[in-house]
Design a protein around this ligand. Structure first.
Ligand SMILES: Cc1cc2nc3c(=O)[nH]c(=O)nc-3n(C[C@H](O)[C@H](O)[C@H](O)COP(=O)(O)OP(=O)(O)OC[C@H]3O[C@@H](n4cnc5c(N)ncnc54)[C@H](O)[C@@H]3O)c2cc1C
Length: 379
């Protein structure tokens, strides 16, 4: 029987970043993925590193997101150094375009919200926004510049984190589908596979939107897939420097000249097929925001499944089974939240305390919400 200090179910960017962090402090970490690691949401993502809340429901994640965005430069530097691979990190800022006739009012509301949350944001007149980003539509009435925000090429990052984790001593096992957790009384003793068991002092579930299918997990991580369709474009004579947002869409420039546009949010189960309606929605939003993209060539399209939870918040931390942790449910922000997730899991495993309050994201909140009771996790 295999034995390790920490067994991680899921080799997406979250699972492998946790493995990297723990291997670097000398723990024996094993990561198990049912297929080739890094081929799910971490591959399909847009890679925007923005702690600004997309809607009022996401305000609860802002502190965690700010912390993770602040960790990013150090995180990518470490990953790049250990792996020898680039991550395509770009800290060029983001620009949110406002089309509304009441642009002035909307602009001051957004700026006040950002400043209230301690986020750096500057109001821009339409002409100033177009001077920064000439690709923007003439219909844009105003814009918000968030100068410190960034993006990363999530496919490169995921591959680099995988390599860095392995080079740091983590063992990563592809084609190893986790069937369930190995439970004994109030303890989790590791993971169960079709024909074997792996014993571990700590077990971390990081299987993205598939986490709930692992036996024994659905009560802690009742996640479901939220499909997102994306398109990669390439345009001659069109420079886009920053991530551009509108109410409907985002456009993300990559270092290799590709321009990504996305994404839909659809609740259609585990269906990853690209549809005409999905692409139409993404393209219409992209062309409204930057009409000169109409001549761009379509290089690729794809869909991926975000791990969403009932309250759309991440699911992080200790469960009521000793030794069992969740690190999933990152929904639309898993790339952004990777560094802080890895750090908090490492802190909990090595010190049994965390430097950022993660109580709000507890895996026990779904049970207590159902029963209307106060929850207690083992220390
Ligand atoms: C279209 C799209 C756009 C996005 N844009 C952004 C963005 O701009 N910024 C941002 O921060 N986030 C974004 N996200 C969200 C982000 O990509 C995810 O939150 C993040 O990648 C989740 O990472 P993960 O490692 O938890 O999950 P995944 O990458 O899905 O990895 C889970 C892994 O677990 C494995 N697995 C599943 N079941 C089992 C099992 N039983 N046994 C073993 N292994 C198993 C899978 O094979 C997979 O490799 C986007 C997502 C999508 C789909």
């Amino acid at each position: 029987m295999k034995q390790c200090d920490v067994a991680v179910a899921g080799g997406g960017v979250v699972g492998n970043a946790i493995a990297l962090e723990l291997a670097r402090v000398g723990l024996r970490v094993c990561v198990f993925d049912r297929q080739k690691p890094g081929q799910e949401a971490s591959w399909a993502s847009a890679g925007i590193i923005s702690p600004a809340p997309e809607n009022p429901g996401m305000i609860a994640t802002v502190e965690l997101a700010k912390c993770s965005a602040a960790l990013y430069p150090e995180f990518v530097a470490q990953v790049e150094e250990i792996s020898g691979l680039s991550t395509g990190y770009r800290r060029k800022g983001t620009l949110e375009a406002i089309f509304s006739r009441d642009a002035k009012e909307e602009l001051s509301t957004i700026i006040a919200l950002h400043h209230g949350l301690g986020l750096k944001a500057e109001p821009l007149r339409a002409e100033d926004a177009r001077e920064l980003e000439p690709a923007l539509s003439d219909e844009v009435e105003a814009a918000v510049l968030r100068p410190e925000e960034a993006s990363v090429d999530n496919r490169l990052l995921t591959a680099a984190v995988f390599e860095a984790a392995q080079r740091s001593g983590a063992e990563i096992f592809p084609a190893s589908r986790v069937k369930g957790i190995w439970r004994e009384g109030a303890h989790c003793r590791g993971l169960l596979f079709e024909n074997e068991k792996v014993e571990a002092k700590w077990t971390v579930i990081a299987a993205g939107c598939f986490s709930a299918a692992i036996e024994g997990i659905s009560q802690y991580a009742p996640v479901k897939p939220a499909k997102g369709q994306m398109i990669a474009l390439r345009a001659d004579d069109l420079e886009i420097e920053r991530v551009l947002w509108s109410e409907k869409i985002y456009v993300v420039p990559r270092n290799d000249g590709r321009i990504l546009a996305g994404a839909t949010v659809e609740y259609v189960g585990f269906d990853k097929r690209v549809t005409a309606g999905g692409l139409e929605k993404v393209l219409a939003g992209a062309l409204e925001l930057a009409p000169r993209l109409k001549d761009a060539r379509i290089e690729e399209n794809w869909a991926g499944l975000r791990p969403d939870s009932a309250d759309h918040l991440p699911i992080l931390g200790q469960t009521d089974l000793e030794g069992l942790l969740m690190a999933t449910g990152h929904f639309r922000s898993g790339i952004l939240l990777t560094p802080v997730t890895a750090r908090l899991v490492r802190e909990w495993i090595t010190e049994q305390k965390v430097s950022v309050d993660w109580e709000r994201f507890s895996p026990l909140r779904f049970q207590s919400a159902a029963a209307g009771v106060t929850r207690h996790a083992p220390a």
